[in-house]
Design a protein. Sequence first.
Lengths: 824, 251
Amino acid sequence: MTVAPEKSAELVVPEGHVKLTIDGLEVVAPKGELLIRTAERLGIVIPRFCDHPLLDPAGACRQCLVEVEMGGRPMPKPQASCTMTVAEGMVVKTQHTSPVADKAQQGVMELLLINHPLDCPICDKGGECPLQNQALAHGRADSRFHETKRTFPKPIPISTQVLLDRERCVLCQRCTRFSSQIAGDPFIELLERGAQQQIGIAQEKPFQSYFSGNTIQICPVGALTSAAYRFRSRPFDLVSTPSVCEHCSSGCAERTDWRRGKVMRKLAGEDPEVNEEWICDKGRFAFRYATAADRLLRPMVRDADSGQLRESSWTEALRVAAEGLAKARDEAGGVGVLAGGRLTVEDAYAYGKFARVALRTNDVDFRARPHSAEELEFLAASVVGTSPESGGVTFRQLESAPAVLCVAFEPEEEAPIVFLRLRKAARKGRTKVFHLGQWTSPAVDKTFGTLLPCVPGGEPAAIEGLFFNSGTAEAFEALSGSGSVILVGERAAEVPGLFSSVLRLAERTGAKAAWIPRRAGERGALDAGVLPNLLPGGRQVTDGTARAEVEQAWGLAAGALSAEPGRDTDAILGAAAAGELGGLLVGGVDPYDLADPELALRAIERAGFVVSLELRPSAVTERADVVLPIAPSTEKSGSYLNWEGRRREFGTTLDGTGALPDCRVLDTLAVEMDADLFTQTPAAARANLERLGATASTRRAEPPAVPAPPAPGAGEDGVLLATWHQLIDNGSLQDEEPNLAGTARTPVARLSAATAEQFGVVAGEQVTVATERGSVTLTAEPADLPDGVVWLPLNSGVSRLRRELGAGHGATVSLRPQARGGNS
Amino acid sequence: MTTFDERPATAAETEVFGQDTVDRARAIIARYPRSRSALLPMLHLVQSVQGHVSQAGIAFCAQQLDLSNAEVSAVATFYTMYKRKPCGEHLVSVCTNTLCAALGGDDIYAKLREHLGSDGKPLGHEETSGTPGEPGSITLEHAECLAACDLGPVLQVNYEYYDNQTASSALELVKALQSGQKPAPTRGAPLSDFRKVELQLAGFFEDNESDVDGPSAAAETVRGAKIANEKGWTAPREPDSVEFPALPEKK
Ligand code: SF4
Ligand code: FES
Ligand code: FES
């Protein structure tokens, strides 16, 4: 028996704290802390099912019972330690010191198992199941229940990707609480009562949520399983590798589970600073693209005789590519580099360096989407180099900001974890969220937000309006609160004057502005200098001191780097289409993501020599002279910079597949061209980038100062197009995953009642949106858009706007009702 | 043709539930500071139209209250007063909780099941004899304690009490209902039909408030109070302070 020393060093109880005893140990805890948490801090584990630190307490499963004594009086019955908060002088006895608590826990476990099928040997969760583990640790070997168990038909699909075995459910309600509290998608509920009580969905209304996969992970039993993963493997056969999500700029921590060279599933990793314990369904389920049958595994060169691509050796492909690029560089006006927005920092760095060192050009751009010169200035002046360490905006700051304004940014669709943080902040009532957009999208509702409506292209005018318009005084005032944040998204590049207005607003209110690109690689590519105006580390091409630093670090002759900013993506394509550029080096770029896909395709065709680094065939590889296969994120190491500028490093998941990262391919290609990149491996590339360090130059980039144009109008017969990407859409990184695709939001055309009436459009019927290039026909749905505006998803189902219409956010389009039954 | 107003009336709204139901729904919502509080009366409202809570009814409530269908289903499937299948003109609830059961409730229920059954098969719980909604159709259910134990065995028709029943009195009652009569309940409001009562439960009395207010206690229930009153009996006054017994020794 341990006896407390006579004169134990008195525990000091700070303000707002209380002192209590758990299993004989004195402990100081902040007021309001749940007993189960305090016990955890002492290393005392109380069994539990429904308790989850990120969900509101529920006390639903009763597994966490302990004995509690208050003011010398024992409470009459054991208490749920997950709902009871600490109090001064409380004496708590867990199963370790109280036979009563132990017996209560065993009893609860016995009851929970009464109707459980005990089918662990065929259950996905077996081996990682809190029920299985805790039944062994805290349950009885035998049950006194010998009657017939209640059974249900199993499983029932509650969405295309989540299956429910009701027999295994312990009714802890983690899934329902996650959905209503965290995701804001209350499409799964506790139904019926008594012995029939069960989790379910409304009839014919599937569990519609971008975050539903999290319920599979937090279900403490095997009741919720993944349609894609069900019966595929046992947890103990899997190797788990920490990884980082390759999809959006949130940079979520993930755990990739694999065996025999094949990724079986991805789970959310824990990172309280970034994704807490959640990831979106895209991050969880969209990984099979990397094993698609058409994955490029061998280099290909275009056969001179047949004009067809044929497989070749690396030696041959690299030689042909090097020769072709050198020739284009020296004799045909130069080579432009389109790197794409999905690269790791290390790979991006290699593209930038390859352009400057091997191709001797600043014609390099990672922006495979509409972009602008104003954006370049904005990125150079306000984004590059920011990080949590340098005082940049962070996820945590979103949570404590008095106000957040989303500008041209649709958080749930573009950076879902940012959305979850905004919802969390708003739900606690601390943060007011404003959305400068076109309609009350689900994210506006679910962040308890206020829509500041404007026409597409009218965002700058609306921001200027914030300064004096009394109707929006509330927003202006809120943003002036210390710690407020303005988040600006990728489609801001389609709105002239918007970046400038955002910076003006930031200056006037004192709010911090942050840029949230959609793709995982954009922020890293920015800092790695994959832009026509920037070298690594935010060094400006026009800054002599900065150039000299780079020349020295790269071992180049003084003056080797051009002081002239290069062409951006559009200009590179324009020059190639005009025959002014002899070659293109294209990373993972899909021409149909660009502002003008037709121009892009023409440019690629016209360019004398095209080298494509790709994972899978695309419109670029079809037209390339040399195709070099590269590794997907699971087959290489590296790091992403998330939107915060936080480095998200990951190791190789699948080793030894022979797939090469871009940096390695470019390094070898450069050697063939007599240039040294020192990017043989991601680690080498990183070291090489780090050697550059921070710049000593004090020259600051000038922020953009484009005056806000007046809000546009669409003229007599047209309407303005508002559009953005939906999270789950036609993106090629979601290929091969039909279960995920089944949860995509149905593409519809949204418009106001007045606009519908003006054009004779009827709710629920087809409407055709067209430009000179082509048309898209979708079902019309009413929404609170400004009049004269139609919203379509950018790349969902048939709504492939860049490809079909050659149009994007803010474009003028025509609108006409589609006769019933007509399909032309 | 569907109109294209701000929040369009869906098929569920206009086809199944007429404008008057939509108006009533809005009136219910107006009673509460938070709209979702209106869900329980709203579910009674849709039952008053369809005789049960249908999927369309769930969708209607969800839309009016800005809830998800799953949230409404959760509530609708929890309470036994919300029926999943269309009910008859009358709902007969026989108390088979312990006390009534022992006093004869089980016999009453068995008798009624047999009488209302067909093809030699007794009618089941929450099943309907006759075509739901048609005159004389009857839905039978066994109920938990109806809070009239002193008058047991009891049954209710459309939630109105018929006290001190026997198997034969209950059978008589049901036969009368089937033939279109409306025998007066032992106490409380006169008998109407299930859907009308559902409308009342939703809070709409159509100028018949007087039918449903006023005392409905039975003589048996107030007998004790009456005697005490006559004899001037009162409960002992609560003392000003109470000595608590000493705490048991800590172990
Ligand atoms: S399905 Fe799983 S998470 Fe949901 S209540 Fe049942 S046991 Fe809990
Ligand atoms: S963990 Fe405490 S009641 Fe479930
Ligand atoms: S037991 Fe029948 S009314 Fe109480």
